[in-house]
Ligand binder design. Structure first.
Ligand code: AMP
Length: 307
């Protein structure tokens, strides 16, 4: 019984109004693994890297209970590279460059030791690769969660729609929800996306929190108001890691428990943005996480008595 995490492992170069990073370690599956491993182990990672990906980073993940049998290392090729520049509001960004490199020809192989996984987290990646992983699993996991982004809506919409039919929970940001559905209202967008396959939809709104839709129900989780946001890269993936980590730990896939899971995801994302790359995620302790979840409780806890 375990949790499979699929997604990019990458080099990123990031520019924010307050600073610039050289090539640093990133990738959706990297952030998800660092975040989810606080709650659940082992994590069975599926990804691909080039010979340029530091062994030390892989070792650190292994020490965290992340199994790497499903991570292919293409010695003579380069890792996926992404660079982005954030606008002044830090909520929106432009992709400056996407070099697929090893990701362009990636054919995932699900190791035998990964079969029987109860939970599958499909992080941002080529939709055909996400689908291939689902198809290779002999037994359908209890819950399949998927994250994606505008890039794939632009270059692989047909494949993306095929994956949507197979999953339970989709996570996208507000502009991606609008792009996918063609609806401006997020409520209408949610209704239309849930008809495409997922029974649950999470719409992330950056510093304005996240919405969880299911049938006619909706739940809102705020984002913690932070004094300084240093680098939002990976916040969405870190959120996904907290979400799936909590669900896997509790083994409870009810809507009620997903409400708690999006609070855990929001708490984890609030750490991610405090430093460049994965730096902050590597530092935090169990106490830090518990204190932050308490801050979320305090943030939304109020009592109203009319009359
Ligand atoms: P987030 O800020 O949560 O949307 O995730 C940012 C991470 O996603 C970065 O570390 C990138 O390496 C990775 N990423 C960016 N574009 C892609 C893409 N097209 N496919 C897979 N991963 C990507």
């Amino acid at each position: 019984m375990s949790l499979i995490v699929v997604g990019s492992m990458a080099f990123d170069a990031i520019e924010t109004p307050f600073g610039k990073s050289d090539k640093i370690i990133g990738g959706a599956a990297t952030y998800i693994a660092w975040s989810a491993s606080n709650f659940y182990q082992p994590i069975k990672q599926i990804s691909v890297v080039g010979g340029d990906f530091p062994q030390e980073e892989l070792d650190q993940l292994e020490e965290r209970g992340v199994e790497l049998e499903g991570v292919q290392i293409k010695k003579n090729e380069k890792s996926f590279f992404w660079s982005g520049r954030y606008h002044l509001d830090m909520n929106t960004r432009d992709t400056l460059e996407t070099q697929l490199n090893v990701l362009g020809t990636f054919e995932p192989v699900v190791p035998d030791s990964y079969q029987d996984a109860e939970f599958l987290m499909l992080g941002n990646l080529v939709p055909a690769v996400q689908l291939s992983v689902i198809q290779q699993l002999k037994k359908r996991p209890k819950l399949i969660v998927m994250d994606t982004m505008n890039f794939w809506m632009e270059v692989a919409m047909d494949d993306l729609k095929k994956v949507l039919k197979e999953i339970d929970v989709l996570m996208v940001n507000d502009s991606e929800a609008r792009q996918l559905s063609g609806e401006f209202s997020l409520v209408k967008a949610a209704r239309s996306i849930m008809k495409m396959g997922p029974r649950y939809l999470i719409i992330k709104k950056g510093e304005h929190g996240a919405l969880l839709f299911h049938g006619n129900s909706v739940f809102f989780a705020p984002a913690l108001p932070l004094e300084d946001v240093f680098d939002p890269t990976g916040a969405g993936d870190t959120f996904a890691g907290g979400f799936i980590g909590h669900v896997a730990r509790t083994k409870d896939i009810s809507f009620e428990n997903m409400k708690s899971a999006i609070i855990v995801g929001s708490a984890m994302a609030s750490f991610c943005v405090e430093k460049f790359g994965t730096t902050r995620l590597k530092e935090i302790s169990r106490d830090d996480i518990e204190n932050r979840i308490q801050q979320f409780r305090d943030l939304v806890n109020f009592d109203i008595q009319l009359a």
